[in-house]
Design a protein around this ligand. Structure first.
Ligand code: ADP
Ligand code: ADP
Ligand code: ZN
Length: 218
């Protein structure tokens, strides 16, 4: 199963991808996570990407396409994958579709997390991540047992720099102007499944799990 998770920042794509990828034994490939890892390690990609990410702008298309393609190629291709937060522009979508087609690994299903702006803003402002293992929390919706401390590894929780009110607004603008049009692109290909990202995480998960078992490319 090869999937794309599409939706605004804060829709819950990463949260769901972690759970579903574990259950299905497929790879979770988050473009944002891979980029942040590169920034942390100070790689060439990281150095180039950082300023865009801090401002809430998209990293240049060709850079992320190459990075994601390399990641897919170096992974266990039999297993399948979830592309989380990629593609994010029509250019990225067309390019990755063509490349995956060549590899005989076309996308089977695209899940669109339809989510209201109010939800997204409250999710992003309350989001906290573990510095150590990357686990994802929310101060109100999914709080850790002990404030500021990761349940899984005891690591310190932090707020992403781009989860500030101002950068959130910027990112939502970028989503509306560059990413939203992918909904139509994938709907036309007849592989789009829509669900409500506003729902509780377990409800979203159930829907996702059912969809991923019944939607197959014909
Ligand atoms: P969120 O889902 O909360 O918006 P991500 O972690 O997916 O955040 O992305 C963080 C940042 O990484 C984006 O604001 C952007 O700068 C960069 N990024 C992630 N995915 C892409 C992509 N497909 N194309 C270009 N830039 C990306
Ligand atoms: P995305 O990857 O789409 O940017 P995340 O998965 O990081 O979004 O989720 C954003 C924030 O919302 C996180 O703090 C997460 O804990 C929380 N969250 C995710 N899904 C839900 C949900 N269904 N209900 C409430 N909070 C959620
Ligand atoms: Zn942790």
């Amino acid at each position: 199963m090869r999937m794309v998770f599409l939706g605004p920042p804060g829709a819950g794509k990463g949260t769901q991808a972690v759970m579903l990828s574990e259950r299905m034994g497929i790879l979770h490939l988050s473009t944002g996570d891979i980029l942040r890892e590169n920034v942390k390690r100070g790689t060439e990609i990281g150095k180039k990407a950082k300023s865009y990410m801090d401002k809430g702008e998209l990293v240049p298309d060709d850079m992320v396409i190459e990075m994601m393609l390399d990641t897919i190629k170096s992974g266990d291709k039999e297993k399948g994958f979830i592309l989380d937060g990629f593609p994010r522009t029509l250019y990225q979508a067309r390019k990755i579709d063509a490349e995956l087609e060549k590899l005989g690994l076309p996308i089977d299903m695209v899940t669109y997390f339809k989510t209201s702006t109010d939800t997204v803003i409250s999710r992003l402002t309350g989001r906290r991540l573990c510095k150590n293992c990357g686990a994802n929390y929310h101060i109100k919706n999914m709080p850790p047992k002990k404030e500021g401390v990761c349940d899984k590894c005891g690591g310190e929780l932090y707020r992403r720099k781009d989860d500030s009110e101002e950068t959130i607004k910027k990112r939502l603008g970028v989503y509306n102007s560059q990413t939203e049009e992918l909904i139509g692109y994938y709907r036309e290909k007849d592989i789009l499944k829509e669900l409500s990202g506003d729902s509780d995480a377990d409800v979203v998960y159930e829907e996702l799990f059912v969809n991923s078992h019944f939607q197959r490319r014909g």
